[in-house]
Design a protein around this ligand. Structure first.
Ligand code: SF4
Ligand code: SF4
Length: 455
């Protein structure tokens, strides 16, 4: 019996528009724009220049420090290497490739003769070379999560919760590619040296659970599927760990602090393809939905496809569309243009033209406490809001705002429609800026003391 996690809300899942629609391949775009930052860590350095010919799977960006390499998603000629708009706001250095529609595969992509005979070190290396990151949106480099967890992690969890409304890409993957999920989970069991890998799935995907269980029993795989009662944000790493193990990640900690490592469903498929076929991450499954989309779909497209192509494939945008969101409605990022490209962490593109936005011009807290009950991180959003809006940064820090995962559960529960999550994003950034300024001032003070002593 699975345990619950603290707090949470029950938004309407809005998945009916796409959960019975098979994943469709997007017709190849004439051009892709591949940003050099699609991972947690510093951006990659481009390895190609204007005029170069590239093939699918060829490495075109190399990481430094924490990161993951980036590969060409189509074959063709590099049109430019220049900053372009991207989903996190502002511009990012990008490699623009004019597609020659030949789909020529790079010689760098090599399947091992016997994937099942690979050592753990070789498998981790394959994951690294494939540029795999958390494809549920976290984009943390997967090879780092694996190598830093080996020997410390005893519970490996696959995140099949997909608790954000509208998004159905993981659900469709469970139905259409269960062999890849179970294959990837089996490789993870081998890398971590655990007897069983647990896949946590919300119980609104019973056919997905059945599909994976069929493959587990056919292959006698070291994998178990656990059905979880639906509640947002079940798919948060820390909440999923608690729901599966009953243990809580300590404040400021990571799942590895309680011996857990969590991988997204599509990350697990990418691990399977990397180890079995040597194939890097060059495609992404994206749910295109929302009231502004004529015909919602699950589309698979090359990384770097402008999201406007996805909307075109779904019959175009309603002329009254007032908001575009990359990701789910609870945690996604609003976009000011449909020309941003699909990245490794893009799970959905939503467009809204109805009355979804229920804003209040001058919201007033009525101290009902619903936000406190909803917060899965045991925070007190009503007080954090006061501190953040008044720039009371010390108090905000003491209220543990840095533990806020920006899940939006408090804002969803708030009857006064307070702009809670927005204010916490603002407060966290202010606090980070202050910490950086304090550090710089301390360094400068230390340096000037040294100078005085030297004189
Ligand atoms: S839910 Fe909204 S109105 Fe209620 S206490 Fe929290 S911030 Fe105030
Ligand atoms: S957005 Fe932050 S404060 Fe609000 S419920 Fe989520 S974790 Fe708690």
């Amino acid at each position: 019996m699975a345990n619950a996690f603290f707090g949470g809300v029950h938004p309407h899942d809005m998945k009916a528009a796409t959960n019975e629609k098979a994943i469709q391949q997007l017709p190849p775009p004439p051009e892709v724009v591949i940003p050099m930052s699609m991972h947690f860590g510093a951006p990659c350095a481009p390895l190609v220049k204007k005029g170069d010919y590239v093939k699918v799977g060829q490495k075109i960006g190399e990481f430094r420090g924490l990161g993951a390499p980036i590969h060409a998603s189509v074959s063709g000629t590099v049109k430019a290497v220049e900053p372009r708009p991207y989903s996190m706001g502002g511009n990012m250095m990008s490699v623009i490739i004019a597609n020659d529609f030949q789909d020529a595969l790079s010689e760098e992509v090599k399947a091992p003769a016997n994937p099942d005979a690979l050592s753990v070190a070789d498998m981790v290396e394959a994951v690294k070379n494939a540029g795999i990151v958390g494809m549920g949106g976290a984009t943390f480099p997967t090879h780092v999560k694996i190598s830093s967890g080996i020997g410390k992690v005893d519970t490996v969890i696959i995140n099949g919760a997909e608790c954000e409304p509208y998004i159905t890409g993981d659900h469709r993957t469970m139905l259409e590619r269960p062999e890849e999920i179970i294959g990837g989970a089996t490789y993870l069991a081998k890398m971590f040296g655990v007897d069983v890998v647990i896949i946590g799935v919300e119980d609104n995907k019973q056919n997905g659970i059945d599909s994976m269980n069929r493959v587990i029993s056919e292959k006698n795989a070291p994998v178990e599927v656990r059905a979880l009662a639906c509640r947002y944000p079940q798919g948060g790493e820390k909440q999923l760990c608690q729901a599966i193990t009953g243990k809580q990640v300590p404040p400021g900690g990571l799942p590895s602090n309680i011996g857990c490592a969590v991988f997204n469903i599509n990350t697990t498929c990418a691990i399977y393809r990397a180890i079995k076929d040597g194939m890097p991450v060059v495609k992404k499954i994206v749910t295109v939905s929302g009231s502004g989309v004529a015909e919602p779909k699950n589309l698979e497209c090359p990384i770097g496809t402008p999201v406007s192509r996805l909307f075109d494939e779904c019959g175009g945008l309603d002329e009254n569309t007032y908001k575009l969101v990359m990701g789910g409605p609870m945690m996604g990022m609003a976009q000011y243009t449909a020309e941003v490209p699909v990245g490794k962490g893009t799970g959905a593109m939503l467009a809204f033209c109805g009355d979804e936005e229920q804003t209040v011009e001058h919201p007033q807290c009525i101290r009902c406490g619903k936000c406190v009950a909803a917060c899965p991180m045991h925070l007190e959003p009503l007080f954090m809001y006061q501190y953040a809006s008044k720039d009371m940064l010390d108090e905000l820090n003491e209220a543990h705002v840095m533990d806020c995962m920006e899940c939006g559960a408090c804002a969803y529960a708030c009857p006064a429609r307070m702009h809670l999550t927005h204010m916490f994003k603002y407060g966290k950034q202010k606090l980070k800026d202050k910490m950086a300024a304090d550090r710089a001032a301390a360094e400068a003070k230390k340096a000037s003391k040294k100078e005085v002593v030297a004189k």
